[in-house]
Design a protein around this ligand. Structure first.
Ligand SMILES: Cc1ncc(COP(=O)(O)O)c(C=O)c1O
Length: 1012
């Protein structure tokens, strides 16, 4: 920067307006913009056009300005669809104009077209698609500049990565820890000079920083449209430009490597990157950051009081530390993958080499006679693995393996390459990525399931690379890594879960000949806590590992690891050892579309294949865990061990209809009756909520002789004929034909946006029910029933206003009707304060229908009623239900209710629900888009509206999609689909609630959520 007394060179906005008028004949308003060197103004003219006026410092080098102007002129003729500022000529046809400022200094002035859009720094979120488009635009620019030349471009410039070693002179400005990082990159940069100096060079933009990148106004699918400010352009290695764009764009990410890959892919699409360039990219990014932090350190010394300097250097340092932790080799392979090259440069060489080798599994296990492979499925969806409690029980797992071995003598149980597995659950398998928490689930080797003490021998010659004991839960235990030479490259083999004693004879760097003993399989207590087996893996590089190497990895990195750790069966070529193929999703979808009901929907644009449930989580086929806030059906948690066990146990004995005597049906009845008021003491068991409501309607007819039903607007009560007829949600919705003759709908009692709002609306809504009763009477008929949910779920989690239910029940009873409480969604403790929803309002219904939660996913439902109604219903016609009340369903139902009691889940719903509601209220305070927070216990809703209470459906949809990206499942509902429903399994914890709030807050800050 040229240092001058600022007051003597300042240009005012009025002066800028005069300049554009006199030199460019433009009448416009000027607004000062920030600028490090030039004085910049945004000009808005009378025709709605905008420009940027750049006034240089007095003694600015004309060559430098010429260089920039010619570069822009070059881009103006770009072949590709590239948007760059265009040069506006002055009245004399010059691209660089000259003026004398009010201090009397001669100043150079340039006017460029304004590129409208948003600056990168203001855009939130920075999606992978956006990162890709950043790369794509930067690549286009480099491509266009390939045939541009200018003498000034070959300049000395501290921000040029190629010239970055000047930073070595300033190491003393840093502490020891920081110096270690800086020196590392400086050293690596020097080491790489052989390759780096040979890379192609072009003039590049050299400064695609946060404020120089312009993004489109589209808030859902934004794209980078242009790079502005060419003041840092320089002739240098082309790859530096990508390094710079990347260094800025990946600041503030949890995982910078993950974030940089889309940028590289996009760049490669526009400007083909060469493999040699990818070799240096990691270090080039590091060096740009080294320049940046060194510049900051120098400036800090110049201006010690300037706190802004401290703030601005922080993200660069944070990134530098994170980048330092990334393996350079792994980054290199990932970059190659992003460009469509084989991730590991030796991958195809290795495969070619294996083709001519005669290596055998028998050499690996010489004591085991030649055996055919028994491929075993230990994937997330494996039914052999079964319930978590089964595979976590080592004795049981071992027993099951032994059973397989017994039933399949002469086989070798093996498999697992690239298999997504559910059992890596300790913290060491977890990390926070850019899209929430990720787990290492993909198995990189092959497991051979053989007894402890089975000797493992070298199947080819190798050098002992490391011999260690990998301590810790779910580690390798005794671990040996061998290094092998093959033609002109080397590779490694890994032997995990050996006994410590058996590997002591190996010395690092010693040679192991083909046939030599490596070690013996370890017992559980010394092999990392596993059932005895050999984990055998091939690696083409060791990355930065010395005595260890991952045996499982993240699904998001699978292609790179597959190349780095090729299939060990390439060595042995044995049938049955190849990775097991699952039916691909697109085939499952195609079959569904063709052969399953056409109105069956699938959630999300890319549907998720869930294969396992666990408490409050659902787990997809790749082992990705989703926090579930949707499925209240899995009441006590997905696949709760006790419930699963109850079902499995009873299933093995008998499952038949309720005409035979069995204790289970009574036990379930007892469990339910214990929770109900004494008036409701008779139960009928059915298989679904619909069937329960269907039966309730039959009871109503038997008890009252009437057919007319009063139900709520947007209520849903089931999918059968009679249930659809009382479900306004359906008959008033798509494909519906309005209310049938005998159904009467009262307005949704929504005190936030309903017919009556505010406090004291209960009596008003009750009066609406009364009006309907009068209407029925006018038609000369009687009212059969009022059916209503205690919190109207499809209506958008609508809590009934105070006094409503009491009064409405009174009106209905007065008219001879019965009152049905549909507890299919909210029953069994979910609302926290009480076990049943109706108890929130101090009423006692005549009939209660119970569904979803009762079977925890098993089709089990029930109808509870008074003795009087039961008597009237038993009019001689037998009620028979083939499946209802069978011993398996009843065993499951009883187990569910016991778990609710034993694990105090109703109290949990109250406690966690209150906490969550309070946090949601805090969010509503911070983000006015949340107009209402409502519900009870773990049955909550938040409603998105604008200032005028207009519903914001698009925003609600946006949130559920973004939350899915972060691994949280949510759903929307309500007549306008603008309500987020929260109704997780009841084992949801405060930590889960905090996690939910954390990500909601993150998403609520995003641009789309703030432009309504
Ligand atoms: C309130 C209510 N009642 C009844 C039903 C019907 O239950 P099922 O789907 O088990 O037939 C549902 C289903 O969502 C419901 O939400």
């Amino acid at each position: 920067m040229i240092n001058m007394d600022y007051n003597k060179i300042e240009i005012t906005a009025t002066e800028a307006e005069t300049i554009i008028k006199e030199r460019f004949q433009i009448n416009g308003k000027a607004k000062r913009l920030p600028g490090e060197i030039d004085f910049n103004f945004k000009i808005d003219d009378q025709n709605g056009k905008s420009f940027i006026l750049k006034v240089s410092r007095p003694e600015e080098n004309i060559d430098y300005l010429n260089f920039q102007q010619q570069l822009l002129e070059h881009l103006a003729h770009a072949k590709k669809s590239l948007i760059a500022p265009k040069v506006i000529k002055d009245i004399e046809g010059e691209g660089i104009s000259e003026i004398t400022d009010h201090h009397g200094n001669k100043r150079k002035v340039r006017l460029l077209t304004w590129i409208s859009g948003r600056v990168w720094s203001s855009v939130n979120p920075k999606s992978n698609e956006l990162l890709y488009s950043l790369g794509e635009e930067c690549g286009k620019l480099t491509q266009e500049l390939c045939d541009f030349d200018h003498s000034y471009a070959n300049r000395k410039f501290e921000w040029d990565v190629a010239q970055s070693l000047w930073t070595e002179n300033y190491l003393l400005y840093f502490g020891e820890k920081e110096r270690e990082v800086l020196e590392y990159y400086q050293k690596r940069f020097k080491d790489l000079q052989g390759v780096y100096s040979q890379l192609r060079k072009t003039i590049v933009h050299n400064d695609a920083n946060d404020n120089n990148v312009i993004v489109s106004e589209d808030l859902q699918n934004p794209k980078v449209i242009s790079c502005i400010d060419y003041g840092d352009a320089v002739y240098t290695q082309s790859i530096n430009d990508l390094a710079i764009a990347s260094a800025y764009a990946i600041m503030n990410c949890n995982n910078p490597l993950q974030a940089v890959l889309p940028i590289i892919s996009g760049y490669h699409k526009s400007f083909k990157l060469e493999p040699e360039e990818l070799k240096v990219l990691y270090v080039a990014i590091g060096m740009r950051l080294v320049i940046s932090v060194t510049k900051s350190a120098i400036n800090k010394i110049k201006e010690p009081e300037n706190e802004y300097l401290l703030i601005s250097e922080k993200p660069a340092w944070d990134l530098l530390h994170k980048w330092y932790d990334v393996s350079e080799d792994f980054a290199h392979y990932s970059f190659r993958e992003a460009c469509g090259y084989a991730p590991h440069p030796m991958a195809s060489k290795f495969m070619d080499w294996t083709e001519n080798q005669q290596l055998t599994i028998e050499a690996l296990f010489p004591t085991e006679a030649s055996r055919i492979i028994y491929p075993i499925d230990l994937s997330v969806s494996s039914t052999f693995l079964g319930h978590e409690k089964d595979y976590e029980d080592q004795d049981y797992f071992k027993f099951k393996l032994n059973q397989i071995q017994k039933r399949n003598p002469g086989t070798l149980i093996a498999g697992g390459y690239m298999e997504p597995r559910p059992f890596y659950t300790s913290n060491m398998y977890e990390r926070e990525g850019n899209l929430g928490i990720e787990y290492r689930t993909i198995h990189l080797g092959i497991d051979f399931w053989l007894p402890a003490n089975t000797p493992v021998h070298a199947f080819m010659e190798g050098e002992v690379y490391s011999v260690t004991e990998d301590k810790g839960e779910k580690g390798y235990g005794g671990l040996v890594i061998l290094k092998h030479r093959a033609d002109d490259f080397e590779f490694f083999t890994l032997y995990g879960h050996l006994s410590i004693e058996s590997i002591r004879h190996l010395k690092e760097r010693s040679i192991v000949n083909c046939g030599d003993l490596i070690g013996k399989l370890g017992e559980h207590n010394e092999n990392g806590g596993w059932v005895p087996h050999l984990h055998f893996q091939v690696m083409l590089s060791m990355l930065d590992y010395k005595n260890d190497f991952p045996g499982v990895t993240f699904h998001s990195e699978l292609p790179v690891w597959r190349s780095l750790c090729p299939d060990p069966n390439a060595l042995f070529k044995r049938n049955g050892l190849n990775p097991q193929m699952k039916i691909p999703d697109h085939q499952i979808i195609a079959y569904r579309k063709q052969h399953l009901g056409k109105s069956l929907s699938l959630q999300y644009d890319i549907p998720i294949k869930m294969v396992r449930g666990k408490g409050q989580y659902l787990i997809d086929q790749f082992g990705k865990k989703y926090l579930d806030t949707v499925n209240n059906v899995a009441h006590v948690g997905h696949e709760h061990a006790q419930v699963v066990q109850a079902g499995q146990d009873q299933m093995g004995l008998i499952n038949t209809n309720s005409r035979y005597l069995h204790e289970n049906i009574n036990e379930l009845a007892r469990e339910i009756i214990e929770t109900l008021p004494p008036e409701l003491s008779v139960l009928h068991f059915v298989n679904s909520g619909s069937e329960a409501n269907e039966l309730a309607l039959r009871m109503m007819k038997a008890a009252t002789g009437a057919k007319d039903v009063i139900a709520s607007e947007v209520g849903y009560h089931g999918n059968s004929n009679a249930c659809i007829d009382i479900s306004s949600y359906k008959f008033d919705g798509k494909g519906g034909q309005g209310a049938p003759e005998h159904t009467h709908i009262f307005p949704l009692p929504d005190k936030f946006r309903g017919k009556f709002t505010g406090t004291n609306t209960g009596p008003l809504y009750a009066l609406e029910v009364k009006k309907l009763i009068d209407k029925v009477h006018k038609k000369g008929r009687n009212v059969g029933a009022l059916i209503v949910e205690p919190i109207i779920s499809c209506g958008g989690q609508i809590e009934l206003p105070e006094g409503f239910l009491n009064q409405a029940y009174a009106y209905v009873r007065e008219a001879g009707g019965v009152c049905i409480s549909d507890e299919v969604q909210v029953g069994c403790g979910r609302v926290g304060k009480s076990f049943w929803g109706f108890q929130l309002y101090n009423v006692i219904p005549d009939i209660v229908t119970i569904g979803k939660p009762l079977g925890n996913g098993h089709p089990l439902a029930a109808v509870a009623c008074t003795q009087e109604i039961a008597e009237k219903f038993a009019n001689g016609m037998e009620y028979f239900n083939t499946f209802g009340g069978n011993p398996v369903s009843c065993a499951i139902g009883a187990a569910v209710l016991k778990v609710v009691k034993e694990e105090k889940l109703q109290q949990n719903a109250l406690q966690v629900g209150e906490y969550l509601k309070q946090e949601l209220r805090q969010l509503a305070h911070e983000f006015p888009i949340i107009g209402d927070v409502r519900g009870q216990g773990l049955f909550l809703g938040i409603e998105f509206v604008d200032k005028k209470l207009k519903p914001l459906k698009a925003q609600a949809d946006y949130v559920i999609n973004r939350m899915k990206d972060y691994g949280i499942l949510m759903s929307t509902d309500g007549p306008d689909n603008n309500v987020l429903k929260i109704k997780p399994p009841m084992v949801f914890t405060e930590t889960n609630a905090s996690e939910l709030i954390f990500y909601l807050r993150k998403v609520l800050k995003e641009d789309f959520m703030n432009a309504y």
